[in-house]
Design a protein around this ligand. Structure first.
Ligand SMILES: Nc1ncnc2c1ncn2[C@@H]1O[C@H](COP(=O)(O)OP(=O)(O)OP(=O)(O)O)[C@@H](O)[C@H]1O
Length: 373
């Protein structure tokens, strides 16, 4: 999509593209390396989008283009209806009303927390020193820190607290769009979840449109209203977290977003026949020989039934155990059972699955079919 397509329509008459942020066919190379190969994404006001993808897929580069730290080679970026990057036109970073929080927070180590936050404030708007102090206290409150933290130095805070100060500093500019570049990745597991929730609450309360870059699938699925899966410089799929997890567009996306059970199947209409029986497939796009994808949690241990497997090994993780099973194949002419496909499922009861034991299995929900080729 180009911005002004209709030659009879002047730019002033043309409708603004939908969405707070619209990225259209953006490309970017560094030397011979093509990093973004035609990225298009539309982000509505006030929602949270997670861009998730493996290391080196181009996530940070895209974020830097949105912020205005780099210019695209081609394509356009439109913020609030204004083209901030399009051909020769490039609105500089400081005029974009965009906040940016980097992976390490990047606080100024020699300044107090209060001075760090004040750095983001337009001081002339606040007549007096007391008004500035009041706004700093308000911003600390927004990120759930007591006003007393204003006097501390960054090295007197935990990693999670430092990230929250970095967010407060970015919020001080009252941006309409907040860009978060793996801001939780340096935190340990517990702090990471708590900080992520606090940040999500703060941004939602302030109504700020947010884009989070992460390589952590679970973080993307839990944080965002919209997930964009980046792979080798393109967005392979964009959708709400439930849809991209349960109905991934292709096998690579399926395997990137979580554990996947992939079985050979024969698809006729919307029923796939595989070693786990007949499984319904929603809106199939192919027929015949397919790879059928199920999530491990869709496969349940049951009390009986036609589908059986032998436990090969288990891996205990505390709240759950992963169980690798060989499914029972059909019997040959001599009545010997043939070896079946191997799958891995999850179960909460470790005592149910001992290596060598036989289990009955059943499948809940629908599968997703990908062409076998
Ligand atoms: N300024 C630059 N000059 C040259 N190459 C660059 C530059 N910035 C990024 N790259 C290259 O672009 C590719 C994508 O990098 P980018 O940081 O966007 O990926 P990413 O998906 O954010 O990765 P990670 O999750 O590891 O941060 C990498 O191969 C990187 O080396």
């Amino acid at each position: 999509m180009t911005l002004w397509k209709d030659p009879l329509m002047s730019p002033a008459d043309a409708p603004a593209p939908k969405g707070h942020l619209v990225i259209d066919a953006v490309t970017k190379s560094f030397g011979d390396t093509s990093v973004l190969r035609g990225v298009s994404l539309s982000v509505h006001r006030g929602i949270t989008t997670a861009i998730v993808g493996p290391s080196g897929s181009g996530k940070t580069t895209l974020l830097r283009l949105i912020a205005g730290f780099e210019a695209p080679d081609s394509g356009s970026i439109t913020l609030d209806g204004e083209a901030v990057a399009n051909g020769g036109r490039l609105v500089p970073a400081h005029r974009r009303n965009v906040g940016y929080v980097a992976q390490d927070g990047a606080l100024f180590p020699h300044l107090s927390v209060g001075r760090n936050i004040a750095f983001g404030l337009e001081k002339k708007r606040f007549g007096s020193k007391a008004a500035v102090e009041g706004r700093i206290a308000e911003l600390l409150d927004m990120v759930s820190l007591e006003p007393g933290y204003a006097g501390r130095r960054p090295d007197e805070l935990s990693g999670g607290q430092q990230q929250r100060v970095a967010l407060a500093r970015a919020l001080a500019r009252e941006p309409e769009l907040m860009l978060l570049d793996e801001p939780f990745s340096a935190l340990d597991a517990g702090l990471r979840v708590a900080t992520r929730k606090a940040v999500a609450r703060t941004l939602a309360a302030a109504g700020v449109t947010t884009i989070l870059v992460t390589h952590d699938q679970a973080e993307a699925l839990s944080f965002a209203d919209q997930v964009a899966v980046m792979r080798r410089g393109i967005l392979a799929q964009i959708g709400n977290p439930f849809v991209v997890y349960t109905r991934p567009a292709d096998r690579e996306t399926a395997e990137f977003l979580g554990d996947a059970v992939i079985l050979n199947a024969e698809l006729q209409g919307s029923l796939a026949t595989c070693a786990l029986g007949g499984i319904p497939v929603r809106r199939p796009t192919c027929q015949g020989k397919v790879h059928l994808m199920l999530r491990p949690e869709q496969i349940r241990i049951s009390d009986g039934g036609p589908i059986r497997g032998t436990v090969l090994e288990t891996d205990f993780f505390g709240p759950e155990v992963t169980v690798r099973l060989e499914l029972h194949g059909p019997r040959d002419a001599q009545g010997n059972r043939q070896r079946g496909e191997t799958i891995t499922i999850r179960h909460w009861n470790a005592t149910l699955a001992k290596p060598g034991s036989e289990l009955f299995l059943r499948v809940i929900g629908e599968g997703v079919a990908f062409p076998a080729s």
